[in-house]
Design a binder for this molecule. Structure first.
Ligand code: S3P
Length: 192
């Protein structure tokens, strides 16, 4: 997808363990923008953890809550929004994201085994419902990949430090600004 020339928000997508929350917080800090993690937004509005929501209401209910949380926040400006790894499974969420102007979607990519290892090294690994179902992980990952790949920018993160990933996103932002300055007639008009 061609990148928009005016970028007022950045959406980070990718599988669990891709680094969305880490990179998102660092990126927002560098830009002086707000950072929202959709998982944290869901937990704070539901008053329960993601694991509890899965256990008590099931994944379908979780996906609906996730779509609502993303819809509630996605129009913010000067915003870095990190999506949960499965958010793009929901067609409602995909359509909403596809309809957002002035938004750069960034796919943080890495081999599945690297991301699983990162998740397992994190303190909350035992509570991750999707990680627990190890047999379905590859199936989920493969089904999600075509959606992740529709992002404006893909970064292979396996061998990169978080600061380098942030620098790459920042340089994509400045390229967009340079192109916008060179083509003022297109400024503000989303290019899709
Ligand atoms: C999920 C990923 C998690 C969280 C939930 C389901 C998934 O988010 O939304 O546990 O389906 O892949 P992260 O990708 O931020 O870990």
């Amino acid at each position: 997808m061609p990148r928009p020339l005016t970028i007022r928000r950045i959406v980070l997508t990718g599988f669990m363990g891709a680094g969305k929350s880490t990179i998102g917080a660092l990126l927002a800090q560098s830009l002086g923008w707000e950072f929202i993690d959709s998982d944290a937004a869901i937990e704070s509005s539901a008053g329960r953890s993601i694991a509890q929501i899965f256990a008590e209401h099931g994944e379908t209910a979780f996906r609906a809550m996730e779509a609502d949380a993303i819809r509630n926040h996605a129009a913010g400006e000067h915003l870095v929004l990190a999506l949960g790894g499965g958010a793009i499974e929901n067609a409602v969420t995909r359509n909403m994201l596809g309809g957002l102007n002035e938004t750069m979607v960034v796919f943080l990519d890495a081999p599945l085994e690297v991301m699983v290892a990162r998740c397992l090294a994190q303190p909350g690994a035992a509570e991750r419902p999707v990680l627990a179902d190890r047999e379905r992980l590859l199936q989920r990952f493969s089904a999600r990949l075509p959606h992740y790949r529709r992002a404006h920018l893909t970064i292979a993160t396996a061998d990169l430090a978080p600061s380098t990933v942030v620098e790459r996103i920042l340089s994509a932002l400045s390229e967009a600004k340079t192109s916008a300055a060179a083509r003022p007639e297109e400024r503000g008009i989303p290019i899709r």
